[in-house]
Design a protein around this ligand. Structure first.
Ligand SMILES: [Zn+2]
Length: 385
């Protein structure tokens, strides 16, 4: 049952009146939406007729009707696990993407069709879920100043960017302000050495650096278990917490905990909740909803692009290499033409589809043969030390 958490202000973690545990539950979500986006004004780039070549950046034929990988990470740490990426492998992921001509963009860039990349480069969207210290950790210096831990995801990212021109601070952090085990704006209560007082500073710093902030509920409630009212409270309080840290920040994306939709699916996109203490009503209306499994998403110029069901590639093992290989071999990869207001590949793709043999007319990416299930991080009243 839902347990009311007393938060004097939204972003404060719940008091430890109850004992919490980190429960690992496997659950799956399915959500193939059908909302189509209106097509943009049509332009065709001449470069689209260039022969595709593997290898050097710039040799790829522009194709802005192609697919974009949205990657999903959780823990970044000492070892590989179902929901963890070993930090050395995380660094290798960045190297791999860079070498293969990918550059990070925020989800809002995709939503707004402002993928500003040079010709031959491809966008990739990174998402980090659950706001663990492993993603963003501080180390307190002897003089009291805070340094970003170079072994946390943000530290690795910033170090990588120093030696890789064009690797910007673009990634989406789908955060929890008040879940268990330090999943509270990247740490609290000295978990992994992180002080509770640092939480807002981290969120502020992420936004200031250019990263995108995303809601992931208050404490990772499995939304299909709760009433409409609780669903809206969970989402709204996640949003309020971000607003408390970065006042006025417009959060445009929401990640479903476990990829599970509320019974009333519409409440994942929009709703409202009134704080009984202040009487203030928080309303939300997201432009993008992240799932927890899937394959690269269609171009935002494609009618098949559905921002209210953004599938993500879980990066584990060699899944990233396999995904990138697949995109190249299939010709489905989004490749920028370097020109604003020109959508490379639209007409070419349509012509190819019309003349392709029937067996090749199907969409390359179909529903994967498996479901990816997410761990749940939530508060319960169950016993635990
Ligand atoms: Zn999560």
């Amino acid at each position: 049952m839902h347990r009311r958490i007393e938060l004097p202000a939204i972003a404060r973690t719940a008091p430890l009146a109850a004992v919490f545990m980190l429960a690992t539950v496997v659950a799956c979500g399915d959500s193939r939406g059908t909302t189509a986006q209106p097509a943009a004004e049509e332009h065709v780039a001449h470069a689209a007729t260039v022969q595709t070549a593997s290898g050097a950046v710039g040799a790829r034929a522009p194709n802005e009707m192609g697919r974009i990988p949205v990657l999903m990470y959780h823990l970044i740490g000492d070892k590989e696990s179902s929901w963890g990426r070993e930090r050395g492998n995380f660094r290798k992921d960045l190297e791999l993407l860079y070498e293969r001509g990918y550059r990070p963009v925020n989800m809002v860039d995709v939503l707004d069709r402002k993928i500003d990349l040079a010709e031959g480069l491809s966008p990739v969207v990174f998402t980090f879920d659950d706001a663990s210290p492993s993603q963003f950790r501080y180390i307190e210096q002897p003089d009291g100043k805070l340094a970003i831990d170079s072994t946390s995801a943000v530290g690795i990212w910033l170090d990588f960017a120093k030696s890789h021109p064009g690797w910007g601070n673009k990634a989406v952090f789908c955060m929890l302000p008040a879940a268990a085990a330090g999943h509270a704006f990247f740490g609290e209560k000295n978990i992994e050495g992180q002080k509770s007082a640092w939480r807002f500073k981290k969120v502020q710093q992420l936004a200031a650096m250019g990263f995108e902030l995303c809601d992931h509920t208050l404490w990772h409630a499995q939304l299909n278990k709760y009433s409409d009212a609780v669903v809206q409270e969970q989402i709204a309080r996640g949003l309020m917490a971000i607003d408390s840290a970065v006042p006025g920040y417009k959060v445009r994306s929401f990640a479903l905990p476990l990829g599970i939709w509320p019974k009333n699916k519409a409440l994942a996109k929009s709703g409202e909740w009134t704080d009984p203490k202040s009487g203030k009503t928080v309303r939300y209306d997201f432009d993008a909803i992240f799932e927890v499994w899937g394959t690269p998403v269609p171009s935002p110029y494609s009618p098949a692009f559905n921002p209210l069901s953004v599938q993500r590639v879980k990066v584990t093992g060699n899944s990233l290499v396999a995904t990138l290989d697949h995109l190249d071999k299939s010709g489905e990869r989004y490749v920028s033409d370097g020109k604003a207001n020109v959508v490379a590949g639209r007409r070419l793709r349509a012509a190819r589809a019309a003349h392709a043999p029937p067996e090749r007319r199907r969409l390359f990416y179909r529903a994967p043969p498996f479901r990816v299930c997410a761990p749940i991080v939530r508060r319960t009243t169950a016993k635990m030390a």
